[in-house]
Design a protein around this ligand. Structure first.
Ligand code: IVH
Length: 792
């Protein structure tokens, strides 16, 4: 190792330790020790260093939670120690009976009604409503994650569990068993679930009926990146296979695990005797709705592990543990009507109006129906008797229709043709898919009012969003104030905030002289937002903070963002065809354009970054443009060959129509040639390609300027060699990514080679690399290096 590398390794170790320690305090102890910004700073420093020294990346680094490559199927995992289920108690009497059996089984005097006899110690925890997983740690490092499956065989979900933020990738401290299988529940908090459903509904994705389904659906994804984007959490409640020493009680063992960084329940308690268990059950029952996650009961386990062993199992259930369930929180009621609410982006959402009914102690008269697909899935009609479920303080759900009780005059639920708030047309969203040069539209789950800011409901929500903390950050404008401003006709668009006068607001409810002045000052102070904040504040459907940042960072100016063609937008990281269309449509809309023009006119000055991002500019090659056109049978390699041969888009078009030249061209097969010819014979396609090229040129990017841009790139001046079989990505893709980072990719290893990426079966090139002392990465390390540069 060179001195620089040694220094980097030391700093990397230090950063990882600090980040692990912060994570531990945050997730396990629930005592955050640093502000988010400080955490982000350490994290970014680590990511940058690992990008520079990819050979120092290890799978347990906190940066490695992004989710790797998608699988085509899960492997299976045999549970050496079976994953069992629990017997249930519903009544207090069932629990007393359980306690009696435990005492008997342990040859203790049975605890009678007079309190005589032994009080067995039990560990008490909530019964989380998620799904059971097993996490295997070898020498303190997480090596495998598995689902419960049928109890004996589960699925290998290692890549997915690594993305769950509070699952330690390596254990803290010392003294853990060499082999330790941690078991527990992966679940979604109520808040995480709600937020996920909002996101899903807005993007036309699948919404989930409850946090449990959402957790299960998120964990069992073949693409771990999807899992990584879901708010999953883990809570440990036991162990499976163990080689090494652990404390000899349930509570002691869980506390030891907690010390090693494994999250356990904050509600873990030790109870002496069954009465204390019942008190625990009642206490948790009373606090159930205030817990951050859903539970369906509590679990009692005999605390002594020796006693657990003595009691053993009956069929698939331990004799030493039981789940004491809460009464079902489901009730029957009648669906009186379905009303439609309009959200910020115009999404028209059905809401069930119910005949009021008490569910688990709370009167329920409304329930969300998410979207019309959900209404169809339930087969819901107005007048139906429905099963309502309320779990904790999650919004009540309609679980099921009792079709046998459907009255003769039941009416179908119809989406209104006009917006209930403003009377504009309501349209079904379209999902755009583009493949093989063709665009296909399919129907989305969401309906939208087209009224935009002319719709009172959308206007209010749009302004609430516009002024919110992470957008323009205008303090002093709560929901109530926004409603007043809109209802009084003082504000018809976000731009009108900037013409508000003192006299107009001072009389409004909640606005005295001081607060009116403060509000006006806050509005004036908001005039110089970053470009990213400004774009986010506009409330473009599907454009959250991250996408807004990408737009601002990559395109650098509002003018470019406004004019960008959808195809050009899909060039940016993480922007797919649908989001690209949303962005384009938003800026194409006259009303939106007017509002933006007014905002600028009234002194709002987004702080532009000016320059096009070098990485983005460098990714713009003729080959990439050809690949983006999605011409059938022309993928990355074909596009590359074509680009090299022709050199310009015009030449590609000419070549495609020149039968003789095309037929002798090498590097494209017959099918590809045929498809190329047909593609450019269609003037629409030619125009689309030219428009893309023209816009890229206008944005300052030229194929010819590729080399210049390379200089500023992270791997500029480096020469890489790819050898052996690559499994995660094809060689062409790997090459393209390296070139995108500024590296040259060569065919043979020499003293000039910076690094060799060697897959299985690598032979002479690998040998040569070790002979010359050239750095060698395997594919996983290579992918991590790319990730370090923000490339997936
Ligand atoms: S103990 C042998 N503790 O409930 C003991 N399970 O019905 C096995 N669960 O599959 C489990 N919270 O997914 C235990 N605190 C808790 C639990 C819990 C939720 C789930 C678990 C298990 C199912 C058993």
């Amino acid at each position: 190792m060179t001195e620089a590398t040694t220094q980097a390794a030391e700093r990397i170790a230090e950063l990882r330790n600090q980040l692990d320690a912060h994570n531990y305090r945050y997730y396990v102890l629930d005592e955050p020790s640093v502000p988010d910004a400080e955490y982000d700073r350490l994290f970014n420093e680590l990511k940058a260093l690992e990008g520079q020294y990819p050979q120092l990346i290890t799978p347990d680094s906190p940066t490695q939670r992004v989710g790797g490559t998608a699988l085509s199927a899960f492997g299976s995992v045999r549970h050496e120690v079976p994953m069992l289920s629990l017997g249930n108690a519903f009544e207090d009497a069932d629990l007393r009976e359980f306690d009696r059996r435990v005492s008997e089984g342990l040859d203790l005097p049975v605890n009678d009604l007079f309190g005589a006899g032994a009080a067995v110690e039990y560990s008490c925890e909530p019964k989380l409503d998620g799904l059971a997983v097993s996490l295997l740690y070898e020498s303190g490092v997480l090596v495998r994650g598995a689902t419960r499956g049928d109890g004996s065989t589960g699925e290998d979900i290692s890549a997915n569990v690594r993305t769950v933020r509070n699952i330690p990738l390596k254990l803290q401290g010392t003294g853990w068993p060499a082999v330790l299988e941690v078991r527990g529940e992966v679940f979604m908090s109520k808040a995480g679930f709600e937020a996920l459903n909002v996101r899903q509904a807005e993007s036309g994705g699948k919404t989930f009926a409850n946090p449990r389904n959402a957790a299960a659906g998120s964990l069992r994804q073949l693409d771990p990146k999807i899992t990584a984007s879901r708010p999953l959490e883990f809570c440990c409640y036991g162990v499976g296979c163990v080689q090494g020493e652990l404390p000899d009680s349930q509570v002691g063992m869980l506390q030891a695990l907690k010390g090693w960084g494994v999250p356990i329940s904050r509600e873990l308690k030790l109870a002496r005797g069954v009465e204390e268990c019942l008190a625990y059950y009642r206490d948790i029952g009373e606090r159930r709705s205030t817990l951050a996650y859903e539970i369906d009961g509590v679990v009692f386990k005999v605390n002594s592990l020796a006693s657990q062993r003595e009691l053993g199992f009956r069929a698939r259930e331990p004799r030493w543990a039981i789940a004491h369930k809460f009464p079902a929180s489901e009730e029957l009621t009648e669906l009186l009507d379905v009303e439609f609410q309009v959200g910020r982006t115009g999404a028209v959402t059905p809401v069930a109006r119910l005949k009021p009914v008490k569910v688990a102690g709370v009167t329920v008269s409304n329930a969300t129906l998410h979207n019309m697909d959900e209404v169809a899935r339930l087969g819901l009609m107005i007048g139906d008797t429905v099963i309502i479920r309320r779990a904790g303080d999650v919004i009540p759900q309609v679980m099921q229709v009792v079709t046998e009780r459907r009255p003769a005059d039941a009416r179908p639920v119809l989406i209104p043709e006009q917006c209930p708030v403003c009377g504009s047309q309501v349209e079904r969203t379209q999902l755009v898919k583009r493949s093989k040069g063709k665009e296909t539209l399919s129907e989305g789950a969401v309906y939208r009012c087209v009224g935009r800011l002319a719709c009172g409901a959308q206007l209010k929500q749009a302004i609430i969003h516009f002024v919110s903390r992470r957008a323009m950050d205008i303090e002093g404008l709560g929901e109530k104030s926004v409603e007043q401003l809109v209802d009084e006709g003082l504000v018809g668009s976000p731009a009108d905030l900037y013409t508000l006068q003192f006299e107009q607001i001072v009389g409004l409810e909640g606005f005295a002289e001081l607060s009116s002045n403060n509000l006006l000052a806050a509005i004036a102070d908001s005039k110089r937002p970053s470009l990213a904040r400004f774009v986010y504040a506009l409330g473009i459907p599907d454009v959250g903070e991250e996408t807004a940042k990408t737009l601002a960072r990559s395109l650098g100016s509002l003018a470019r963002i406004q004019r960008a063609l959808p195809e050009v937008l899909t060039w940016l990281p993480d922007i797919g065809a649908e989001v690209a269309y949303e962005i384009h449509n938003f800026f194409d809309d006259d009303h939106n354009r007017t509002v933006i023009a007014l905002l600028l006119e009234r002194g709002v000055e987004p702080q532009e970054e000016g320059e096009l991002h070098a990485e983005f500019a460098a990714s713009v090659t003729l080959a990439a443009l050809l690949a983006k056109l999605d011409i059938a049978f022309i993928a990355a390699t074909g596009a590359k060959n074509l680009a090299e041969k022709a050199g310009s888009l015009d030449a590609v078009i000419a070549l495609s129509q020149d039968w003789l030249e095309l037929s002798v061209m090498k590097g494209l097969n017959e099918k590809a040639k045929q498809s190329l010819r047909e593609f450019f014979a269609n003037p629409q396609n030619t125009e689309r390609a030219r428009a893309m090229e023209a816009q890229l040129a206008e944005f300052g990017m030229h194929w010819a300027s590729e080399k210049k841009v390379v200089e500023g790139l992270p791997l500029a001046g480096q020469t890489w060699v790819l050898t052996g079989a690559l499994e995660i990505m094809s060689r062409d893709v790997a090459k393209e990514k390296l070139e995108g980072l500024g590296a040259k990719v060569a065919g043979s290893v020499s003293v000039k080679t910076t690094c060799v990426v060697a897959g299985p079966g690598a032979g002479s090139k690998l040998a040569k690399a070790s002979e010359l002392g050239v750095r060698v990465l395997d594919e996983v390390e290579f992918v991590s290096m790319l990730a370090g540069h923000g490339i997936q």
